[in-house]
Design a protein around this ligand. Structure first.
Ligand code: ADP
Ligand code: ADP
Length: 225
């Protein structure tokens, strides 16, 4: 939930940028929300605020009723970025195990959970491979498996398929909808692509730049069979 959220970079300097102005948005559990709009409209800023990578200049931001910092400590969300952020010298399974390792899970639990997650993204046979041995689409599926390994209620995705070719991207979109359906995770998905937003989301948040604002929120509950 965001109430009157403002984010100004370089406050009170000549380089002041109003990245977000008066953002109000409430997202219900299990929704698939897309944030769309041109470059510079504040999509990444909003995602980074939710992830507690930066803090609002003013306003109220809560995740599951908690301050973003608490939600971060509790691992309430996972993140997937455009560029694969996998560790190239760790096996695929070891990459997925990383968040569990940080939270102190033992080896057996980690391996079991990593295998479950890799099975879910249809990479069950690739645990012992290294990320550089996989295609771009496969690497992003590993990133999704890692982001969901800790079973967060929220998945934040910043143009996750932006670097993939059109065909891979379409397959990834189908795959993501299946995962969303299976896990019931709430997704906040940043994209430049209107087509992608329409295909994926239950609601579309349209933003515009200078200053970054929400200009429309569109219901898109498609009657899937
Ligand atoms: P989008 O993701 O929609 O392209 P951003 O959230 O990256 O937009 O950026 C929104 C505005 O905030 C832009 O004008 C951008 O230049 C500015 N901005 C983003 N991050 C910073 C930063 N760390 N310092 C200064 N300005 C920033
Ligand atoms: P795309 O560009 O469509 O994402 P790639 O051409 O990178 O796909 O990969 C296609 C296939 O080749 C994948 O199955 C991937 O596992 C395999 N592959 C890619 N690079 C390597 C590599 N360096 N070693 C072994 N297999 C690879």
């Amino acid at each position: 939930s965001a109430q009157h959220v403002n984010k100004i970079f370089n406050l009170k300097t000549e380089n002041e940028v109003v990245a977000l102005e008066n953002v109000n948005l409430t997202i219900k559990p299990g929704e698939f929300i897309s944030l769309i709009g041109p470059s510079g409209c504040g999509k990444s800023t909003l995602l980074r605020l939710i992830a507690d990578l930066i803090t609002p200049t003013s306003g109220d931001l809560k995740i599951n009723g908690k301050e973003p910092h608490q939600a971060r400590l509790d691992r309430d969300y996972g993140m997937v970025f455009q560029a694969a952020t996998l560790y190239q010298w760790r096996s695929v399974s070891k990459n997925v195990q990383l968040p569990l390792e940080i939270m102190g899970y033992n080896r057996e639990e980690r391996q079991k959970r990593a295998q479950e997650m890799l099975d879910m993204v249809e990479l069950g046979a690739f645990g012992k491979h290294y990320p550089w041995q996989l295609s771009g689409g496969m690497q992003q599926r590993v990133s999704i498996a890692r982001a969901l390994a800790f079973n967060p209620s929220l998945l934040l995705m910043d143009e996750p398929f932006g670097a993939l070719d059109e065909f891979t991207r379409e397959r990834m979109n189908m795959e993501l909808l299946r995962i969303w359906d299976e896990t019931q995770v709430t997704v906040i998905f940043v994209t430049h692509s209107i087509a992608e937003a329409v295909f994926l989301s239950s609601r579309i948040v349209v933003m515009s730049p200078r200053p970054g604002r929400i200009t429309a929120i569109v219901n898109n509950d498609l009657p899937y069979p």
